[in-house]
Design a protein around this ligand. Structure first.
Ligand SMILES: O=C(O)CCC(=O)C(=O)O
Ligand SMILES: [Fe+2]
Length: 291
């Protein structure tokens, strides 16, 4: 199952993404959801971190405290929120568990359930069948896509945020923990858009300066008619090439669309950009997948 057939490999190479239905069992999905329920029930969010997550450049001009909260989250389990969930004093306006946009960026390292799924034999076999020799896990995210308020993810290439030289060394692994439909904000891709490099790069500003990150280059206004919706069932795994253009729409439905996603880098012969916002740390060097 975790081994790709030649036709699947060819499809991934052509399209820049590939759906593998039934990759995880219902039990594996429920185990991750239950674990997240516990983590959220115990979550502690300091007042200055009660900040909302947005991919809009202009809205990323935030207070220094919340910038640091994001920039130093690479080796931690931290919480990022939807818009409009706090009052001006930072108190929750909606129940905390319904307010979270995502948890990032190191569940794969610190949580036993997420570590065992990430490093599971079937994920390792999948990476081997893609020819990865020395894959390392650079980050992970648990994405909630809450009913009614789950925000839009604007068209992007993951390599804009996870830049390497050469390109083509980053791979997203996106696992649906609930059915993802057109109504609740499934992924959309531009098939074949992974072959012409990266439009923009997010780079880290010198330490202590606001807003903390900036973009080199800009995202083209992608023609929305080029995007193909990719609804999948709970347990499906979607492979995402680091340069394929993808997005997801706002969730206006009554159903959440939870997903666990992590990114691998082929470390052999690759330079991780020292300008990326995310950097390996002494506490958490990027863990090798094959362990
Ligand atoms: O889950 C989403 O809506 C977007 C996820 C994404 O862009 C990614 O995993 O690279
Ligand atoms: Fe992405």
């Amino acid at each position: 199952m975790a081994c790709l057939s030649p036709s699947q490999l060819q499809k991934f190479q052509e399209d820049g993404f590939l759906v593998l239905e039934g990759f995880l069992s219902a039990e594996e999905c429920v185990a991750m959801q239950q674990r997240i329920g516990k983590i959220v029930a115990e979550m502690d969010v300091p007042p200055h971190c009660r900040t909302e997550f947005s991919t809009h450049e202009e809205e990323q001009l935030q207070a220094q405290g919340s910038t640091d909260y994001f920039l130093s989250s690479g080796d931690k389990i931290r919480f990022f929120f939807e818009k409009g969930v706090f009052d001006e004093k930072g108190n929750f306006l909606v129940p905390p568990e319904k307010s979270i946009n995502k948890i990032g960026h190191a569940l794969h390292a610190h949580d036993p359930i997420f570590r065992s799924i990430t490093h599971s034999p079937k994920v390792q076999a999948l990476a081997r069948s893609l020819g990865l020799q020395m894959p390392v896990v650079v980050q992970s995210m648990y994405i909630f896509k809450q009913p009614h308020i789950g925000g839009e993810v604007f068209p992007h290439q993951d390599a804009s945020f996870l830049y390497t030289e050469p390109l083509g060394r980053v791979l997203g692994v996106w696992i649906a923990l609930e059915d993802a439909t057109v109504e609740n904000g499934c992924l959309w891709f531009i098939p074949g858009s992974h072959t012409s490099g990266v439009s923009r790069r997010m780079v880290r500003a010198p330490a202590g300066s606001a807003p903390g990150t900036s973009f080199l280059g800009s995202e083209p206004a992608w023609d929305s008619s080029l995007f193909v919706p990719t609804p999948v069932q709970k347990g499906a795994l979607v492979l995402i090439h680091g340069e394929v253009v993808h997005k997801s729409k706002q969730n206006l439905s009554d159903c959440s669309r939870q997903a666990y996603t992590f990114h691998l880098m082929e470390a052999s012969g690759t330079t991780w950009s020292p300008e990326n916002w995310l950097q390996p740390t002494a506490e958490l060097p990027f863990p090798p997948l094959y362990t």
